[in-house]
Design a protein. Structure first.
Length: 259
């Protein structure tokens, strides 16, 4: 069975697996463009009478089906994902996203590779930082599946009726509370990781790493601190001089090598 055939089969069967309040939902094909190579093909499910729906990645489900999972088991997993995600959206009452005044204090910055994300960067406001690019998100808060955010696209920006420069400045202003960051030694980070895994360190550290890690207090979208001017001022003070910045991922930025 080819992917498109599988998708049609899922669309036809899905209403029977959803809760009663979603039986009349609109189900359509969709292609979702995401940063960091996470784009996918799937379906969108929009509850009857709602303007907000959910997009579901079918590529992983198709792979599960191809490698032996029963179709019923695949459908149950998809339905649970859809119902759970829509429930989280109800938790946030997403209608407020249309009002820029309601969201500007929730803005945060994500820094990604410019070349790797060149295609999607054409459709989102961004600021280039050498070979990186800063994009903007609305931080909705914690859910059962992690931190929920909404990526600001060119369409959203036009609907807000503001300029990209204003968006950038407002995001930096909001970063004072949405992107609180830390600068910790690699030794400290490794000790914290060991403790979180329940590993006791009985042996003393035999050497001190010259590396430091800069990230947000939540350890998510940490590379965004590279767009915050105060980060470099604080890093210079903490490290007592010059340093090199070695971006390692979108979540752990500014790994520092002592100069």
């Amino acid at each position: 069975m080819e992917f498109n055939e599988f998708r049609e089969k899922v669309k036809e069967a899905l209403p029977d697996f959803l809760t009663d309040n979603l039986r009349n939902a609109e189900i359509k094909d969709t292609a979702v463009n995401k940063l960091q190579g996470e784009s996918y093909s799937g379906i969108s499910v929009t509850p009857e009478g709602s303007r907000v729906g959910v997009s579901i990645n079918l590529e992983d489900a198709f792979l599960d089906y191809q490698t032996g999972s029963q179709f019923t088991a695949v459908m149950n997993g998809l339905a649970d994902n859809i119902v759970g995600t829509l429930g989280e959206q109800e938790q946030f009452n997403l209608g407020f996203l249309e009002d820029y005044r309601a969201v500007k204090d929730m803005l945060t910055v994500e820094v990604v590779g410019k070349d790797k994300n060149a295609e999607i960067l054409q459709s989102v406001p961004h600021q280039e930082l050498e070979d990186l690019a800063a994009v903007y998100r609305i931080a909705l808060g914690e859910t059962e599946n992690g931190n929920a955010t909404v990526l600001i696209t060119n369409k959203i920006l036009r609907n807000y009726g503001i300029t990209q420069d204003q968006l950038h400045q407002d995001a930096l202003d909001a970063a004072q509370h949405t992107m609180k960051y830390s600068i910790r030694s690699m030794d400290e980070v490794l000790r914290e990781m060991a403790q979180s895994m329940g590993i006791e360190q009985n042996q003393p550290v035999m050497f001190s790493s010259p590396l430091y890690v800069g990230t947000t207090d939540r350890d998510t979208f940490g590379a965004g601190v590279l767009a915050v001017p105060s980060f470099f001022e604080d890093a210079t003070e903490k490290l007592d001089g010059n340093f090199y910045v070695l971006p390692s991922s979108v979540h752990e930025s500014a790994t520092r090598f002592a100069a």
